[in-house]
Design a protein around this ligand. Structure first.
Ligand SMILES: [Zn+2]
Length: 225
């Protein structure tokens, strides 16, 4: 945000800028295909729909525990990391709608429809994995059948998550999970790591790595916006 940096483009009178944040006399935002810093001196304020409303879906809950391993239960890990993501997104000025904040169960169709019914613009589900004991790492899924931006959302999160967890990158994968394929919003499903792997599970048992995972997800969401 300075006049000595490279000029990436121009906007004109009546072009709209979607504002994501402020830095001194500059705003960081997007106009058409341009994303960057705009001088506040040239912008006028207008009433706009509140942007950046993210749904966080802590997978499973209540009667549905999900996976388990090494004393960890998936629904509890998912919820704890989701609540950390909520706190971090709010600190970044991103609005958050939580599918659940307690140990309760909601159907996949309820979760998939929740965002669009409540004015959100994207959706992230948080899960933990299970497979053979030797399988380790994080992966993030999207469905190609609905919103175009889902793959970007998944990629931004995954590219930070496996580094934060210091375990293998299993990549960004296309799969029509119900909460993704039945969801009209850009949507991603994060698998934090394998509860059935001793290394992943021992990390996911600690607040240090839960905080690291949540921070990676929140930053990936901010990258996406
Ligand atoms: Zn799950």
């Amino acid at each position: 945000p300075s006049t000595s940096d490279k000029v990436v483009g121009q906007i004109h009178t009546n072009n709209e800028v979607q504002v994501y944040g402020y830095s001194g006399n500059w705003v960081y935002g997007k106009s058409g295909n341009l994303t960057g810093y705009f001088s506040l001196s040239y912008l006028a304020k207008s009433a706009a729909k509140a942007s950046r409303v993210m749904v966080i879906d802590a997978g499973h809950g209540g009667s549905d525990p999900g996976a388990s391993g090494y004393g960890l239960v998936e629904k509890e890990v998912n919820l704890d990391v989701s609540l950390r993501v909520e706190r971090m997104l709010k600190a970044k000025g991103i609005n958050v709608l939580m599918i659940r904040r307690t140990d309760v169960f909601y159907s996949l169709d309820y979760r998939a429809a929740y965002g669009v019914k409540n004015g959100a613009d994207a959706f992230v589900a948080i899960h933990s994995n299970s497979y053979t004991p030797g399988t380790s790492g994080s992966e993030t899924f999207y469905s190609a059948s609905v919103a175009n931006d889902s793959k970007q959302l998944a990629t931004f999160i995954q590219s930070r998550l496996y580094k934060a967890m210091e375990h293998p990158n299993r990549g960004v994968k296309e799969y029509d999970y119900r909460v993704l394929a039945a969801n009209p919003l850009p949507a991603a499903l994060v698998e934090l790591g394998f509860l059935t792997n001793s290394g992943d599970a021992s990390k996911l048992a600690t607040s240090t790595y839960r905080e690291r995972a949540a921070s990676a997800i929140a930053e990936g969401i901010e990258d996406y916006y």
